[in-house]
Design a protein around this ligand. Structure first.
Ligand SMILES: *[C@@H]1O[C@H](CO)[C@@H](O)[C@H](O)[C@H]1NC(C)=O
Ligand SMILES: *[C@@H]1O[C@H](CO)[C@@H](O)[C@H](O)[C@H]1NC(C)=O
Ligand SMILES: *[C@@H]1O[C@H](CO)[C@@H](O)[C@H](O)[C@H]1NC(C)=O
Ligand SMILES: *[C@@H]1O[C@H](CO)[C@@H](O)[C@H](O)[C@H]1NC(C)=O
Ligand SMILES: *[C@@H]1O[C@H](CO)[C@@H](O)[C@H](O)[C@H]1NC(C)=O
Ligand SMILES: *[C@@H]1O[C@H](CO)[C@@H](O)[C@H](O)[C@H]1NC(C)=O
Ligand SMILES: *[C@@H]1O[C@H](CO)[C@@H](O)[C@H](O)[C@H]1NC(C)=O
Ligand SMILES: [Ca+2]
Length: 401
């Protein structure tokens, strides 16, 4: 299953190489509110040209009203999602039918974990194992339903229908443009829940509270993502990549408002906390940890929930950052002793890893050293301004646009 997904992802996101990982998408949120790419027409094939945000003063979203780059607006005409709609969009020159904005079909903007949008003519349905409808459907309510029944895939259709299954016949059910799946969920109009005769399919790992990762690269989402994380969540994920000497962690989206909720990265064998993030201390750069085993920990208290985070990690072997650029893991050579001395400047972490200790993993007692209570008092870092997503959605009015 994982290899099927990997093949799918790598063929889907094959256009450009990113600084980290093989996920070359420009979007890590389900609705592309984090899209900061440069597509300036509503579709690459025969789309309408987008208007410049610094010239759309007849409409609610423009650079006079949002002069500080809120929602990614600026003196450009790139597709954006400043109001938390289901997809990035832009204003277009007025049409005769009264249309003055359009969703953008952006191939490079697809949250990892979405397998795609597929046609469903019902015979057979793309995901056939379990089926439910709900007037309060959200992406995560469907994913949770399927995950709790141990299915690997969850599909949403027409805003209120949820399907579960383990396999999807990509050939039988053609891939459709994401626009066809941009019907708002009945339980949250900002999330896409498929369309008429179209099902949007997610990996049920999205938004799970914990998990075990061994791939050299993957994306991990906060619990309940893309919904807000629930109160009282305590989750941990193990990231253990045999043969790795360095694992890099890039938080591509981070929206945690309060100081009690937090994310930690722990060295796997010692359970030593190497990085801690919360509302006042969001991640500002990539975290390098020289180890082959890291624990990601999340805690939320009983108030003030937020959307959480998405994080991509990439493991490397080799002893310099130069070789790290090319050093994808080959799993048969674990004789090399890791002697990585990653530059300890600016918040990065230097740790020795010992590949001969790999077998400890199966016996390790997951001991989270910093209990939430303890952490309240020893909060590192200082107030340096909000995380890049903190101002998002909160001060922008909803419709009309
Ligand atoms: C982290 O990931 C984002 C999204 O892929 C990317 O734009 C950014 O450049 C990465 N950060 C670094 C330092 O590579
Ligand atoms: C869109 O961007 C491309 C490349 O940057 C540019 O050549 C083109 O003129 C732009 N189109 C519009 C409508 O601004
Ligand atoms: C808007 O921005 C574009 C690109 O920076 C610029 O060419 C144009 O003159 C600007 N329009 C106004 C009204 O300032
Ligand atoms: C991860 O592995 C641990 C230890 O083997 C196991 O107890 C736990 O259930 C696993 N978690 C998941 C989500 O598979
Ligand atoms: C983290 O590792 C990357 C790749 O090895 C390197 O480019 C970057 O400079 C490192 N960052 C720090 C702060 O050492
Ligand atoms: C690695 O672990 C082995 C066995 O636990 C130990 O003998 C060796 O000194 C360790 N090497 C390093 C670099 O820590
Ligand atoms: C690690 O575990 C594997 C299988 O679990 C075993 O074959 C191997 O001998 C172990 N290696 C060490 C160094 O204990
Ligand atoms: Ca909280």
């Amino acid at each position: 299953m994982d290899s099927v997904l990997l093949v799918f992802f790598s063929s889907f996101f094959s256009s450009t190489a990113s600084a980290i990982g093989h996920f070359t998408t420009e979007c890590y949120t389900v609705n592309g509110e984090d899209y900061r790419g440069r597509q300036n027409q509503t579709s690459l094939h025969g789309g309408k040209p987008c208007l410049f945000w610094n010239e759309t003063f007849q409409h609610p979203y423009n650079t006079l009203k949002y002069p500080n780059g809120e929602g990614g607006l600026g003196a450009h005409n790139f597709c954006r999602n400043p109001d938390g709609d289901v997809q990035p969009w832009c204003y277009i020159a007025d049409q005769e039918d009264g249309t003055y904005w359009k969703f953008c079909e952006i191939p490079s903007c697809q949250m990892p974990g979405i397998l795609g949008c597929f046609k469903d003519n019902g015979d057979p349905p793309p995901l056939s194992k379990s089926y439910q409808t709900s007037q309060k459907l959200t992406v995560q309510s469907c994913i949770s339903l399927c995950r709790n029944q141990r299915y690997k895939l969850a599909g949403m259709e027409a805003g209120y229908a949820c399907f579960c299954g383990n396999e999807l016949d990509y050939h039988l059910h053609g891939n459709a443009p994401s626009l066809e799946c941009s019907h708002g969920c009945f339980g949250d109009q900002q999330q896409p829940c498929g369309g008429d005769g179209h099902v949007i399919v997610f990996d049920t790992k999205v938004g799970a509270c914990g998990g075990n990762y061994t791939a050299e690269s993957a994306v991990i989402y906060s619990p309940d993502f893309p919904d807000k994380y629930a109160p009282g969540r305590v989750c941990y994920w193990t990231i253990q990549v045999p043969g790795a000497s360095v694992i890099l962690f890039n938080f591509t989206f981070f929206n945690i408002m309060d100081q009690a909720d937090m994310v930690e990265l722990l060295e796997g064998y010692t359970s030593q906390v190497v990085a801690r993030f919360d509302g006042r201390n969001p991640p500002r750069e990539i975290v390098n940890i020289s180890a082959d085993f890291v624990i990601l920990y999340f805690y939320s208290d009983r108030t003030n929930e937020a959307q959480g985070f998405s994080m991509i990690y990439q493991a490397y072997r080799g002893s310099s950052s130069r070789s790290a650029e090319h050093g994808f893991i080959s799993d048969d050579d674990d004789s090399e002793e890791a002697t990585s001395t990653v530059d300890p400047r600016s918040g990065s972490v230097t740790e020795r890893s010992n590949t001969s200790k790999n077998n400890k993993s199966s016996q390790i007692l997951y001991l989270i050293t910093s209990s939430p209570k303890k952490s309240d008092k020893e909060m590192p870092g200082q107030w340096l301004g909000r995380g890049r997503t903190a101002a998002h959605n909160t001060n922008l009015p909803p419709f009309p646009r």
